[in-house]
Ligand binder design. Sequence first.
Ligand code: KDG
Ligand code: MG
Length: 402
Amino acid sequence: MRIAEARVIVTCPGRNFVTLKIITDEGATGVGDATLNGRELAVASYLREHVVPALLGRDPAMIEDTWQYLYQGAYWRRGPVTMSAIAAVDMALWDIKGKVAGLPVYQLLGGRSRAGVTVYGHANAETVDEVLVEVGRYVDMGYRAVRVQTGVPGLTTTYGVGGDRMFYEPADAAIATEVEWSTERYLAAVPPVFARVRDEFGPHLRLLHDVHHRLTPIEAARLGRSLEPYALTWLEDPVRAELQEGFRLIRQHTTTPLAVGEVFNTIWDCQRLISEQLIDYIRTSVVHAGGLTHLRRIFDFASLYHVRSGSHGATDLSPVSLAAALHLDISIPNFGLQEYMRHTRATDTAFPHTYRFEAGYLHPAEEPGLGVDLDEQVAAQYPYQPAALPVNRLEDRTIHSW
Ligand code: KDG
Ligand code: MG
């Protein structure tokens, strides 16, 4: 069997997605997600110009060799554009391998290790009173884990709090909108929110919070310590992770578990954080960290150091990514949690899939392959719309991490 065609499809059913569809000379097809939020066309071009021509005629069964060919063979390594492109090829080849074998991909990865994939949803609202209602909505839907984000008094906008509660979408303008930030106001606002949520929902609901890379290590240490009474499952992206030894300082001051990795692209980006046990959950994703082949390598490595998986699963990761992540989540020994932000109806229609949510768990597809596709006729009705992530500024207008 040989790869006969590979199509790069850019579509905007609710938001932009880049999808690679690989077709073999025997008619088998596989899909992979290549979406990089706000930079979609860079990956589409990398695929079209540099990857697709090299795929034609290759044996689709040689997944590891193809991964190494695209990674080592390019000479220029790592980075979100390269690794998202490689990820799309990798997912599509696993999809084909499953279809050829007649097995869901998780069976090829070693089979089930658990009954279902525990997911967390996003409760967000401007005020504490409103967010309690949102958390209650998730509990009523069966969720066992909820990420909680609220507005910060004195700031007009806050990360994670959007117009539509269920379908929050930060890439909302062709040219980046500007939002504002105050660390002092934020640090004062967050602990009382978690005091109220714990008080209302008791000790068993798993609670999470995303700092979105906005603090310094000592500020993050203070936040982590102030949240200890509320027993968070994780505090996410407390600081920018370029300076990885900064996590040591946070660790010295708090027992609040730490999660990081949604912007990482390779095992080398997280090697130190994992091997020095500076984090508790690694949040690399199947699309931005090189596909199932590379993500499995990261999670295996993490398992040596008591670090569990916590895959990124925001709406900018397409249903193809979510379907692929679930096959890994169900099979690995050190699964932690899977993020699950629901896609819009338009997105779900463009990407027919058979994974399903039930009682707080997502269940991967049982059919051969990944169990997801892109309906190209539906996709054609939704042309690409330029959309950028916001840019963040302090009250004095200094640029800050968004
Ligand atoms: O594209 C950026 C989003 O994926 C990111 O802001 C979402 O931080 C995020 C999360 O934890 O889901
Ligand atoms: Mg995050």
